[in-house]
Design a protein around this ligand. Sequence first.
Ligand SMILES: Cc1ncc(COP(=O)(O)O)c(C=O)c1O
Length: 383
Amino acid sequence: MGFRTKQVHAGVTPDPTTGAILTPIHQSTTFVQDSVDEYMGKGYSYSRGGNPTVRALEEKLTALEEGHDTTAYASGMAATVAVFLGLLRAGDHVIVADVVYGGTYRFADQFLTKFGVDVTFADASEADRVEAVMRPETRIVFTESPANPTLKVTDLAAISEITRSADALHVTDNTFLTPYFQKPFQLGANIVIHSTTKFLDGHNATLGGAVVVDAQELHEKISFARISAGLVMSPMVAWLTLQGVKTLSERMDRQSANALTIAEWLRDHPKVDYVNYPGLASHPQFELSSRQASGFGALVCFEVHGGAETGKKLMDAVELWSLAENLGAVESLITHPVTMTHAAVPAEERVAAGITDGLVRLSVGLEDVDDLIADLDSALDRV
Ligand SMILES: Cc1ncc(COP(=O)(O)O)c(C=O)c1O
């Protein structure tokens, strides 16, 4: 079955009792059992462990990522935390890419270490640097590609090869490209994480997360962490996300096309110092991006002449673009990573990772691209 067919139909069948074409919102805490001996006979007992609406979304995401199974969470961070909780113990070592979403950095830096897990941040875009810091006790290498916010690209197959030969796991956050553009399991990853808050929902309506795994053993350990810590997604969020995912491919195609047009326009603008977009031939990993993904995504970052001060003025001057955190939805957003999404990363490490004070991040939406450019143009004129 093709991706578009799966995004509409996978995981969802008409409700057997009413024929409703949409999965009902099973807004119920508990599920009545037929007898003590047939406990869980219908598959559900208490919604912290599982819920039919949430399950429909999990099955859809498993089909789209071509993984083994999926668990859904209250947020993307809850998904990341469940992976760490389920798979790590004190004494383990984890390697986290030096550019990842700021919340992932913060959890690894401030919480994993508190529980006796050693963490090394390494430039995953150079696989040799990851290999150089592997240890016998390395259990997980955590990557994100393209990475938030600099859009640095990691060779996922090269990292998978390193983890496989070291008996470690490659966990990758596929939020930015989604399974429509990038299939990490085909590149050897073991676990794929999503903030469904972003492109999968796509409408700035929900907070959610998902973990897709390639093996039953991983699914069991991570599900156990989810039920134990109560990190689960709600049925209402699952239902809204199920509707959002149905148009994922169309949104990704259009938003990415808009992003490329904007990146090309910014590249030629006299007030812009540089633009990072993996779909520009000038991006240092353009060739790698073209090889491992079928699209480049809807995030663009750039720096204007005058650095942080001018960047901030620009973000205040736009009108159609909204100054806000989040990304991936139909509304175009403009973000200042240093004060917003990546405030948790210490200044020294931000600079080393290329997250400069003047960096501007765009999440390009579904509006007419001419309108988006006109608004940026008029704001750039005024700074
Ligand atoms: C790449 C990436 N992963 C994970 C997250 C965390 O997701 P959430 O905000 O749903 O917890 C974010 C949030 O911005 C993100 O950009």
